[in-house]
Design a protein around this ligand. Structure first.
Ligand code: HEM
Ligand code: HEM
Length: 373
């Protein structure tokens, strides 16, 4: 698992911080609840000592997490989210970070004010933040309680939002934050690697080909906050398979000037030098020779995507399934890939701004393939 974040997914360090902190914050509420139910005595002292040590751990982890975040890029939110949704998500995340620092700090101040110095699991003692004072204690106590409850409420809303992304919007937001997200796919790949691998789809070995006449290649982008769809009307797809049906080479060639967004003026603008510059760069293409099987009919192709004069390494997930009906043997290749248009220079001058036209463009394709003549 990559350590660093990319524009598409969280790296393992960011995931570790997120889930370690979630676990510890939940622990904090349990410990506080247990302490509250105990009479003043040694047992309560012990539970609160544990609560304080875990709380300081959260303070340190949240600080390291913010530093790591500042040194990294963060994945972009899906293009399908409205501007207000993105603003709400950013606001909630900022509030969560602020609370992850404020709640333990208030707790630490409260303990200092009560002259109960804080020790970290008995290993070392932390300095007192304020001098003992009943007034300070009262204020810090109330602040700690109110801020902790706010953290609980915002985190619950945040959890509900994550579930909505997964089950209603069906986007990648929850999946890309989950640890071991690839585990089910790896297990599935192992399971099918016995006899029968390669039978999952009825692909004939050899070379398969398809084009705009047998499928579609669409792209989705946001314009003025609204999801908009366009297509390329001319393209070809060539897929080579080994004897056992696994892909060995994939080539997609797209005629850039065939772009079609159902608006002539916009299409002309897209063809100009500031955007696709189709005169100088008539073709966009993808070529891959490295493949990974993710599940019985799901693959990842790693290769080079060229748009305009910029070539970048991308990993293209796709499915390859036998097509139902029809009497020509072959398969349907299909998938989705989100890219950033600015990574490829599609947007020069004023078009570099992502305020009106979003940076993320999702390419959606599905093409019927048949044995090449
Ligand atoms: C993210 C971290 C933390 C969370 C979510 C959290 C949450 C809570 C909650 C919900 C309570 C019960 C509310 C109340 O009765 O006042 C509580 C009580 C308490 N917390 Fe924390 N806390 C955190 C960190 C800390 C830290 C770092 C300290 C001290 C260093 C601390 C010290 C205390 C103490 C002493 C109490 C008992 C207050 C009383 O006497 O009623 N907490 N905490
Ligand atoms: C104490 C509880 C939690 C806290 C304090 C918390 C905090 C945060 C913060 C601050 C971020 C923003 C990351 C960044 O932009 O740097 C984040 C992201 C995220 N959290 Fe949580 N979280 C909590 C619980 C949960 C739970 C229970 C879930 C899901 C079941 C969840 C799912 C997510 C997801 C999916 C993201 C990524 C959003 C994206 O990719 O844009 N979180 N969380």
């Amino acid at each position: 698992m990559p350590i660093r974040n990319t524009l598409e997914r969280w790296g393992s360090v960011a995931k570790f911080f997120h889930w370690a902190i979630v676990l510890l914050v939940v622990t904090q509420f349990f410990l506080a609840l247990i302490a509250e139910g105990l009479p003043v005595g040694l047992q309560k002292l012990a539970v609160l000592a544990r609560h304080k040590s875990v709380g300081i751990t959260i303070l340190v982890l949240a600080t390291l997490r913010l530093l790591w975040r500042a040194a990294n890029r963060t994945p972009e939110m899906p293009a399908t989210m409205a501007v207000w949704e993105k603003t709400a998500a950013r606001g909630a995340h900022a509030l969560l970070y602020a609370l992850l620092l404020a709640v333990p700090l208030a707790g630490w101040i409260m303990s200092s004010a009560k002259n109960f110095p804080v020790s970290w699991f008995g290993f070392f003692q932390l300095p007192d933040l304020v001098a003992p004072s009943e007034t300070t204690f009262d204020i810090a106590h109330d602040a700690h309680e109110i801020l902790a409850i706010t953290l609980g409420v915002v985190a619950t809303l945040h959890l509900l939002a994550a579930l909505k992304h997964h089950f209603l919007n069906r986007d990648v937001v929850l999946k890309r934050m989950l640890p071991f997200a690839r585990l089910p796919a790896v297990l599935a790949a192992l399971l099918i690697m016995g006899p029968g691998a390669g039978e999952a789809f009825a692909a004939a070995p050899g070379t398969l080909a398809g084009s705009d006449t047998t499928g579609s290649l669409q792209f989705r982008f946001t314009q003025a906050g609204a999801a908009t769809t366009g297509a390329f009307d001319k393209f070809t797809v060539t897929l080579m398979l080994a004897e056992d049906g696994t892909p060995t080479r994939l080539a997609v060639a797209i005629d850039a000037s065939s772009l079609d967004t159902k608006d002539k003026d916009r299409d002309s603008a897209l063809r100009t030098a500031d955007l696709f510059d189709v005169k100088r760069f008539p073709q966009a293409h993808f070529a891959a020779t490295r493949f990974k099987r993710i599940a019985h009919d799901r693959f990842e192709a790693s290769g080079k995507l060229t748009i305009r004069d910029i070539t970048r390494e991308v990993t293209l997930p796709f499915t390859l399934t036998a097509h139902a009906g029809g009497n020509t043997p072959g398969s349907v290749i299909a998938g989705e890939l989100a890219i950033n248009r600015l990574d490829y220079g599609v947007g020069q001058g004023e078009w570099r701004s992502t305020e009106m036209v979003g940076n993320v463009v999702t390419v959606i394709w599905s093409v019927k393939l048949a044995p090449a003549p």
